[in-house]
Design a protein around this ligand. Structure first.
Ligand SMILES: [Zn+2]
Length: 391
């Protein structure tokens, strides 16, 4: 569907920047580290109820903080567009909200209470403007997103229980591309051990395995794997990767340790079978164990599978049309650099999901910030995407 200029004007005029900012401040005011988002979920539910929406609170596998759901329909028929956001934040010291020179600061301002407030305002603008000709909006908000504290159980339960629209927008902090692809990701945990006790280096028995050298060999081989992977460049997403982010071993400089711990990630292209990447990882550590006389245990913890949305999908066209209507520019097709709940909607819900949110700074730091102007832009884009997608 094309967006008429009348409709664009009417829907954009119904986006209320002050109301949006009040909502964002209200959400940021309630601390909500992952697995403890109950109070902020209650706050969002109260705001939506006060606003006249019928709110459902499915437990969705996390009684600590039941999810928040609104199903709002303009008319029967048409498609349902889902706005899905997470209410939890990373476990860093809490930063309360403050607004300075048109910028909202505070924990969750960027990731993702600001974006979620924009989605809520998009929903209100659709209702107030009467701009949605057909179809409806499914708003879902949940806990358990941020790793390693959360394991995504709540969004997975929502999907399993059928809280899934015909297409999904996720207001993560990504505004410079239209992400139709995303890599899958696993966390790699490796523990290298040897038999025996910790011992002063000068009393080591001859031939005692060296866990630090074996750990270094694991790192070297993961880097070699990464170099091999970098030879194949996939459309939009670039190469697959293997990455080491942590290595820990040893107590003091002249003691032979018994353990070396390594952790990192493996990211793969959508469509690449997960078992292949897993087998390759276990073969790698097994070889090092044999060659170094150490015992190596590994874990290949799948966070999300890769995801791909077709270029011709109606959701892609709708988001592009809305973005052009609001900004005058189209977005280049691309990939999201991270994994997010969109991967789960594509893999488990079998619906297209696109991440689009404010160009915000400081996600996963104590200096999160987003301009109010960006939040308003996102609310307008969300409302107009619905107009183009649902009708
Ligand atoms: Zn997020």
């Amino acid at each position: 569907m094309r967006l008429s200029s009348d409709l664009i004007t009417r829907v954009r005029a119904a986006v209320n920047g002050e109301r949006l900012l009040d909502t964002a401040i209200s959400l940021v005011s309630v601390p909500s580290p992952t697995r403890q988002a109950g109070a902020v979920a209650d706050r969002l539910a109260a705001l939506l109820t006060a606003d006249g929406f019928a709110v459902e609170r499915p437990v969705a596998d996390w009684p600590e903080s039941p999810a928040v759901v609104v199903r709002w329909r303009a008319t029967p028929g048409g498609r349902t567009l889902q706005f899905d956001g997470h209410l939890d934040t990373v476990h860093l010291p809490y930063v309360p909200p403050r607004v300075e020179n048109g910028i909202l600061y505070g924990q969750g301002a960027a990731d993702m209470k600001g974006g979620l407030a924009a989605a809520v305002e998009g929903l209100r603008a659709l209702r107030d403007s009467g701009g949605l000709q057909a179809g409806g909006i499914l708003l879902t908000a949940h806990d358990h997103h941020e790793g390693p504290w959360g394991d995504s159980r709540q969004v997975h339960a929502l999907i399993a229980e059928g809280y899934v629209g015909d297409g999904v927008l996720i207001p993560e902090y990504l505004a410079d591309r239209l992400p139709i692809a995303g890599r899958g990701q696993a966390v790699l945990e490796i523990v290298v051990r040897r038999q025996g006790e910790r011992v002063h280096e000068v009393f080591r028995p001859p031939g005692q395995p060296d866990v630090i050298a074996a750990g270094a060999e694991v790192v070297r081989r993961l880097n070699a794997l990464n170099a091999r992977l970098s030879q194949t460049v996939y459309p939009y997403i670039g190469p697959e990767t293997a990455f080491v982010g942590q290595i820990h071993s040893g107590e003091i400089y002249n003691q032979s340790p018994t353990e070396c711990r390594i952790s990192g990630t493996r990211r793969w292209a959508p469509g690449h079978p997960i078992p292949d990447a897993r087998d390759e990882f276990f073969a790698l550590i097994r070889e090092v164990a044999v060659e170094t006389g150490t015992i190596i245990d590994g874990e290949f913890l799948v966070m999300r599978d890769g995801c791909r949305v077709a270029e011709a999908d109606p959701l892609v066209g709708a988001l592009q049309a809305a973005h052009e209507a609001v900004t005058g520019r189209s977005l280049p097709l691309g990939a999201k650099p991270f994994v997010d709940d969109g991967n789960s909607f594509v893999a488990r819900g079998r619906v297209p999901a696109l991440s689009h949110g404010p160009a915000a700074d400081g996600a996963h730091t104590t200096n999160e910030r987003v301009t109010v102007e960006e939040l308003v832009r996102v609310a307008e884009v969300y409302a107009l995407t619905a107009v183009a997608f649902c009708g």
